[in-house]
Write a new protein. Sequence first.
Length: 129
Amino acid sequence: MTTPLFVYGTLKRGGSNHQHLAGQTFLGPARTTPGFTLFSLGAYPGLVAAPTYTRGVTGELWSVDATCLARLDVLEGLAEGLYRRAPIALSHPVAIPQSVASPAISAAETYFYLRDISGRAHLGTTWPI
């Protein structure tokens, strides 16, 4: 079984942590629904809920297996309370390539930043690669 995962920072293709998605399936570009934004945490971004932001966050949708997801949970610092993994709505269903037997996806798991963002640079919708 696989899980759809929305990535928005260093896990994206070309990002410094993209190698952690080796062997997983890229499903396509994606955007969250409005109500989310990114902040710079230095070498990586943090996604937070922000009801007043109307554009959503851009990223990529991946299909990942349970082993990969467990490794990513460690990388993202879930046990340390840095991030939490939870579902996020996508702005419109993402059409899945014909090579993947799955219907369009309207929600995916993602990593939400849990710590204080005071003084952090607001990035808006996109983490540049």
